[in-house]
Ligand binder design. Structure first.
Ligand code: ZN
Length: 53
């Protein structure tokens, strides 16, 4: 096991996730795509997360 990249801010391809500065917007988008959202500790914005399978 090596060091983990910061999973809350980067997607599995190592690219920064799309961030929403507004919680309301993140909530709308999460609902639209059937995902959840969370506040990122790295950039302070909101990212969408896939629901647990
Ligand atoms: Zn982030």
């Amino acid at each position: 096991m090596g060091e983990r990249i910061v999973g809350e801010h980067f997607n599995p391809r190592g690219e920064p996730k799309r961030g929403y500065s507004s919680e309301r917007k993140a909530k709308e988008e999460a609902k639209r795509f059937g995902k959840s959202y969370y506040r990122c500790g790295v950039c302070g914005k909101f990212h969408l997360a896939s629901p647990p399978r």
